[in-house]
Design a binder for this molecule. Sequence first.
Ligand SMILES: Cc1cc2nc3c(=O)[nH]c(=O)nc-3n(C[C@H](O)[C@H](O)[C@H](O)COP(=O)(O)OP(=O)(O)OC[C@H]3O[C@@H](n4cnc5c(N)ncnc54)[C@H](O)[C@@H]3O)c2cc1C
Length: 383
Amino acid sequence: MDLTLPESHEILRRSVREFAEKEIKPVAAELDEKEQFSVELTQKMGELGLFGIFVPEEYGGQGMDYLAYVIAVEEIARVDGSQAATVAAGNSLGLGPIYYFGSEEQKRRYLPELCDGQRLFAFGLTEPNAGSDAGGTKTTATERDGKWVINGSKIFITNASTPISWGSIVQTVTRQRDDGRKEYTTFVVENGTEGFEAREMHQKMMWRASNTSELYLEDCKVDGAAMLGKRGEGFHQMLQTLDSGRLAIAAMGLGCAQGALELALEYTADRKQFGKPISSFQAVAFRLADVATEVEHARAFLYRACWLKDSGKPFGKEAAMAKLYCSEVAQRAADTGVQVMGGYGLMKEYGMERFYRDQKLLEIGEGTSEIQRLVIARHLGCF
Ligand SMILES: Cc1cc2nc3c(=O)[nH]c(=O)nc-3n(C[C@H](O)[C@H](O)[C@H](O)COP(=O)(O)OP(=O)(O)OC[C@H]3O[C@@H](n4cnc5c(N)ncnc54)[C@H](O)[C@@H]3O)c2cc1C
């Protein structure tokens, strides 16, 4: 059993780390403070090849595996949660469903520019009254005069209303089946389509430089060609998208924990109290040792979950476990980071408080920690 990463993945990690340190780190705090999405950084990340890493080259991607994608997200999150969110949502939720479920025509139309990072797509599943209970979707699509007419709204949708947003993939209910269950179908709705509006949301606690939107669809008409996959496949597509997406959220947790740990180590080696660096006090050192142990554990587990996916094996349970564990490791790492930095940990200028805020979404987005436990328990046959 050889756990060494391939050279290609080590090269990728080094180049993403260098980019994050050089291009993102100097501006991350300011973008966070101003709540500003950066088109420039997004397009630079596109030039670096961070969109479509797992998409074949013939569609404009990098033709690498999911592990490579996860390593890239981890490295961006080590420096900044907001930019990592843009990349993770752009891949897992934006171009991913088009690549996995789209027609050849849709792939050829959308993927090249999405893989270049010149434009973004979003994934609209969550609604004001359908969050954890995604089956509670109320948005409808009705066939009328050869068109599909969509009505409803979505909330908390990442990347939907940036200046380079191209559109959103929207989950709808297309009918009530004979057995009373809803039939779900997804549509690709481009920005600028009549009856469709993506409105930016403000005042987030975390990921403040990432774009979050509400979507409004009022008699929004699209052609049959805008359907993603076949009618009735929406629920299955959503589950598959979330399984894969959870690996990227886990990578954000891992990167956030790694970044918080490094910052805490640097600070505690430098800060002196009672005539000694505070890292030499056992109470501080043991907390850092615990975080470092959890980070290694999280990385090993997440990479194994990616290996399962890349090998074509079932990975749904492991993806939920990785998302649950990595996001909770990030929470403990950021909490420890603030604690060992004392009052300075609470000040924006010192950087730890951004990790502390950014990690919180990881326990909520793409299924809360409670929902991950529910998914895992279901895999275990508990109910
Ligand atoms: C910044 C941000 C970006 C996001 N990006 C996207 C996106 O791009 N696309 C998208 O579709 N969505 C997105 N979301 C939505 C996100 O996935 C939801 O917020 C999440 O699934 C939780 O739904 P909710 O907020 O409605 O909470 P609720 O479902 O109302 O949950 C509230 C609480 O109840 C608990 N709960 C609910 N049901 C159960 C249960 N059965 N058992 C135990 N506990 C339960 C939850 O765990 C939680 O603690 C984003 C959210 C945020 C904040």
